[in-house]
Design a protein. Sequence first.
Length: 229
Amino acid sequence: MPTRLHTIRRGDGPPIVFVHGMGTSAATWDHCTALLADRFTTVAVDLLGHGESPVLDDPDEYLRDRALADLDDVLADLRSDIDAPAVLVGHSLGGYLALAHAATRPGAVRAIVVLNTGPGFRDPDKRAAWNDMSRRNAHRFGVPEQVTTMNLQEDSIVMDRLAEMTTPTLVLAGGDDRPEYTGSGQYLERKMPDARLAVVDGGGHSMHEDTHAAEVAGLIADFVSSLDA
């Protein structure tokens, strides 16, 4: 199945799909995928409006459900080549998209890994405050303004479904990132039936890009390998 998103594929073995955060690209995963490609097929995605994926003018093209449909296409394309379900890994916005994918498509992926992210907001006022902040900061993300629509919280669907999300989940939080990400990880671990949290000592928000990449890659590899146990 064709996909409109640009992807970078490396390696051979069980498939892992990587999704970046707002304003970055598939290249953010280069260190991790290089370390994993000897054991896994890694596919890093450029979300719409990022990296080498197309930039469209219509803000509605960047709504969460459209982004999830794009990930469906990537997963289907990969499944046509490798007859095995993928593990979906996401950082920041990509982590939220991985959670939303598991919430709305139970059983579609083998497992998810989320880095320095949260499940959104159940409180409409908090959701509105997040969206207002995202709009104010749209110029800082380094992408066209319409692309930042992807960062908006439309509803509380992830929060509302956490208790029924049985997809095996590894939550990674950087010990030196903002404390709310560790708090979100603890919340996910507590509320989801099959989630566990690992805090990377000294890790920042983009810990998968720097000297902590080997530790992050190792945690992902161990988690994926444990799924067979």
